[in-house]
Design a protein around this ligand. Sequence first.
Ligand SMILES: C[S@@+](CC[C@H](N)C(=O)[O-])C[C@H]1O[C@@H](n2cnc3c(N)ncnc32)[C@H](O)[C@@H]1O
Length: 298
Amino acid sequence: MPMKQLHLPVLLAEVIHYLTPRDGGVYVDGNLGLGGHTEAILMASNPGGRVVGFDWDEQALELARIHLAKYSGRVEFVRRNFAEVKDVLNELGIARVDGLLLDLGLSSLQLGVSCGRGFSFQGSEPLDMRMDVRGGETAADLLNHASEEELADIFYYYGDERQARRIAAHVAGFRKEQPLLTTDQLVKVVEEAVPPRFRPKKIHVATKVFQALRIAVNHELDNLEKILACASEIVKPQGRICIISFHSLEDRLVKRAFRDNSALKMVTSRAVVANEDEVKRNPRSRSARLRVASVREQ
Ligand SMILES: C[S@@+](CC[C@H](N)C(=O)[O-])C[C@H]1O[C@@H](n2cnc3c(N)ncnc32)[C@H](O)[C@@H]1O
């Protein structure tokens, strides 16, 4: 399948406009995915611009390698958590870069039913949800071993799920009988927990629970906080930091970090969102919010 159908990069023109890649510049793409944004950065910084591209998901990194093969020598493929960006740049002998891009969350590939890791509530897959399968707890580990209160907190804080307590109680009931191991079992538990009158109208009843578990399993907010904390140290003065987030918890962290860090200057006063055309072409872009800051001269 052509790469474009696997994952369409969101807010692509806007990212290039704000990042202003130039020949000879070095950029960090913290979420390489299938390489859509990185390819645009490489084209805009032709012939000498370089990208250090992070993805902790081996499948994504493999596809990015194929997609970006013709730019070989200009991309460093790094299978690490972007939270470790400072260490990685150190190891590569790069003191500071000209710009940083984050395009948070999941790629369409991961969201697809054939990914096999249970990110989607359609089909029946093991409840794994780790983007990096090399270690850490799976969603099934969490669901079967966390206390009922911890689960309710995860559903409430990371999913903004009003029925969090009810759902956590049903999970606790289910796992007394048998371990909760697959996505279809979890969907059934949520459906049983939430009576029709309390169900959301526009999204599936299990959407928020799946989102919450994914955020918890991958420590998504911790990772974002870590890279935000060092962003002004790894990007050169006047370099740009562009962050695309997909839910309000992330967007709030980005907004606060840009506002409260005296080494940063906000470039976009409001979040940049996708226009109607893009939303029609790529429904995933509907919830994307891009914020941009630049690093102040010392
Ligand atoms: C939305 S996709 C990026 C798509 C990419 N911009 C493109 O145009 O193809 C997000 C990617 O970031 C990766 N990812 C998420 N959190 C990460 C982290 N903390 N460290 C490294 N990679 C991460 C995911 O595995 C996924 O492939």
